[in-house]
Write a protein that binds this ligand. Structure first.
Ligand code: PRX
Length: 645
């Protein structure tokens, strides 16, 4: 924790609502005084309703909250139609491909393309409530597809293109998807990589999917199966008019699968009205998005950051969103800065892993470009370490831009704890304070608020509009995963899974997950998922996976493995390769094991629970301070330490 404070540059920011901390505090107080009334006012002011809501918040079945009850609305209408009068010719999406190819879609173009896609989906019988899985590269058609689903009330589930066929299959089956939308392939670092063959493999034996819509980019030949159809052929004849479906505030907008500490990934279900309200508001509050701004978020649409801050937030707020298919360091480490210069980007939003990599590969690169258009720099997904923060602030932001370190999650739908660029005095590496309307508290297991400098559990004590509604098909798991016994005003509090600390000024510092979830390059993975995969190898008796700090990726996967027969140790290299292949098959390339250590046993309590804290400490190279006498076999700790050496 550092106490260096960076004050906002008032000459750069003219935020209409939050010019200073007093205005921030006034807004917080407004919510404290009249929680529902303040949300209702914002919902009426910011959204275009087909029918007004009758009640702002229904808490009668907590934690299954309902927001803006009986309101009627459509998210694609919010993102497109209502802007047409004033922004028809404004760029809605600027796309840049891996090879530098550029395309611009105005709001009118976006309207037409979305409607055509919506009509195509309708022609296959897709209706309100049907699930549509997207396995897509970062191309504009992915955005059209998401908005087309929203237009007709279908629920999309975007699966990140780096997931394997097995992982894709699990998600398709869990959601019982009717349609899969994909592309023949994508381009990365100048080379094509195929997506369609992964879909083919995932769909073997899957009956619920009726059609696979394939966007053809002609990057290589693909196999056409009976249920496959070509987007390029069919889209031509679709009408560019499609009435937006009247949706209820609480109708599901999308599912997004994310990892938890146990079991298979969970289908986080988001709602319509509450989600889009917060997506738009946070764009305005945190990124100070102005009508002529060009905003660039480098996430992939397969993650929540891509959903809220490439597609829904910027478009609902009527901005111009830059979408990039390539890699920030290709063809060289100046690519990102060249794009900022060329597109005159005003807000740049990326992950600490990317910042660390860009720093390492080209510390002086930003200087070579004109980055004077930048006003706000954002980070998301993992804690940012002070050296990376400093480089971002000084070299990229040229000591002028505010850095917004945004803490949030797939489940929260949008930002929760973050500085406001024109108001909050910033401490490097600190997410600072909750946004107005968000009631965050660091508590102990009994629900008592922590004193400063004591680590506790980060919780949200009041429901908020863009919160997760349930886990698709498993409401019991929803309650058990997020709501413990702690209550506030008689209602269960939302438990984030992160630890946090208040400093003496009341700033909130996120300390990372307190459950068995690890964060590799900002990608969230359950250790249980990786363990279940490794366990499938016939030579593996037991396995425990933990996160190990990594200079670039934040955390790396560290696996402790007990073999059935330790004589196999001679074949280590082959075995490690085989284990990595299994994980790659089950999850995808993002789950690469960085360290494998074969150990004689795992540290277990007498009741058989693996003491992960000890394993985490060993992976970090820390001295073991915990009492090991309660272990079933304390000598195992020494043996593990020796194996790691
Ligand atoms: O541990 C926190 C970390 O990322 C987790 C959420 O991951 P996911 O649902 O994949 O969403 C990532 C994008 C919002 C959190 O539980 N995290 C996210 N933002 C930050 C962070 N940790 C520290 N600082 C952040 N700004």
């Amino acid at each position: 924790m550092t106490n260096n404070i960076f004050y906002p540059h008032k000459e750069i920011f003219k935020h209409p609502e939050f010019k200073n901390m007093c205005e921030y505090e006034d807004k917080v107080k407004e919510f404290e005084k009249d929680y529902e009334g303040t949300w209702a006012k914002l919902a009426k002011e910011k959204l275009t309703w087909f029918k007004d809501f009758d009640k702002t918040l229904d808490e009668s079945n907590a934690p299954f909250y309902k927001w803006f009850v009986n309101g009627k609305i459509n998210v694609s209408y919010q993102c497109i139609d209502r802007h047409l009068e004033t922004k028809k010719n404004q760029a809605a999406i600027i796309w840049e491909g891996d090879n530098g190819e550029k395309k611009v879609y105005t709001y009118l173009d976006l309207y037409k393309e979305t409607n055509k896609f919506a009509n195509l989906l309708k022609s296959f019988g897709v209706t309100k409530g049907d699930r549509v899985v997207l396995y897509m590269p970062m191309i504009p058609e992915a955005t059209f597809a998401m908005l087309a689903c929203a237009r007709i009330g279908a629920i999309h589930s975007v699966v990140f293109g780096g997931f394997s066929a097995e992982a894709l299959k699990d998600r398709i089956l869990d959601a019982k998807a009717k349609i899969v939308i994909t592309a023949d392939g994508a381009f990365r670092k100048g080379k094509p990589y195929m997506l369609k063959p992964v879909v083919d493999k995932a769909l073997e034996g899957v009956e619920c999917v009726e059609k696979v819509i394939v966007v053809e980019r002609n990057n290589e030949d693909i196999k056409w199966n009976e249920r496959d159809v070509s987007y390029n052929e069919l889209i031509q004849s679709q009408s560019s008019k499609c009435e937006a479906e009247i949706m209820d505030s609480e109708d599901p907008l999308f599912l997004l699968y994310t990892s938890g500490s146990t079991g298979k990934p969970k289908g986080v279900q988001h709602s319509t009205a509450g989600y889009i309200l917060w997506a738009q508001l946070t764009m305005e509050w945190v990124f100070d998005l102005k009508p002529n701004d060009t905003y660039w978020c480098t996430a992939d649409i397969g993650w929540i950051t891509g959903h809220t801050y490439i597609v829904y937030g910027p478009l609902a707020a009527g901005g111009t969103t830059l979408m990039f298919e390539g890699v920030l360091t290709y063809p060289d480490s100046g690519r990102a800065w060249k794009m900022i210069e060329e597109h005159r980007v005003n807000q740049f939003y990326t992950a600490p892993t990317a910042i660390r990599l860009l720093h390492k590969m080209g510390a002086n690169e930003p200087k070579k470009y004109d980055l004077s258009s930048l006003r706000i720099l954002g980070t998301v997904g993992e804690p940012i370490d002070p050296p990376a923060w400093k480089w971002y602030y000084e070299e990229v932001g040229q000591n002028r831009c505010s850095i917004v370190d945004t803490w949030w999650q797939t489940e929260t739908g949008g930002h929760m704890i973050t500085p406001l660029p024109s108001a909050t005095p910033i401490k490097p590496g600190c997410a600072t304070f909750p946004l107005p309307g968000i009631f965050a508290e660091i508590i102990d297991e009994n629900g008592n608020k922590m004193e400063s400098d004591e680590k506790g559990l980060l919780c949200i004590t009041k429901p908020w509009p863009s919160m997760i509604r349930t886990i698709w098909g498993d409401s019991e798991r929803f309650v058990n995963s997020y709501f413990g016994t702690a209550k506030k005003d008689g209602k269960p509090v939302y438990f984030s899974g992160d630890g946090a600390i208040y400093d003496e000024d009341g700033y909130i510092w996120i300390t990372g997950r307190v459950d068995d979830v690890i964060n590799v390059s900002g990608h969230r993975m359950g250790t249980a998922e990786i363990e279940a995969s490794i366990q499938k190898h016939p030579d593996v008796a037991e396995v425990a996976v933990v996160g190990k700090p990594d200079e670039i990726t934040g955390e790396a996967i560290f696996a402790y493995i007990v073999l059935k027969n330790s004589e196999n140790l001679g074949e280590e290299v082959e075995l490690i390769k085989a284990l990595n292949n299994i994980v790659k098959r089950d999850i995808g390339n993002i789950a690469k094991i960085s360290d494998v250590v074969f150990v004689p046993g795992l540290p277990k309590t007498r009741s058989g629970k693996v003491m992960r804290r000890i394993l985490r400490a060993i992976a970090k190279g820390e001295e073991i301070k915990q009492d090991t006498s309660t272990l079933e076999d304390p000598s195992v700790v020494e043996a593990i330490i020796n194996a790691v050496k």
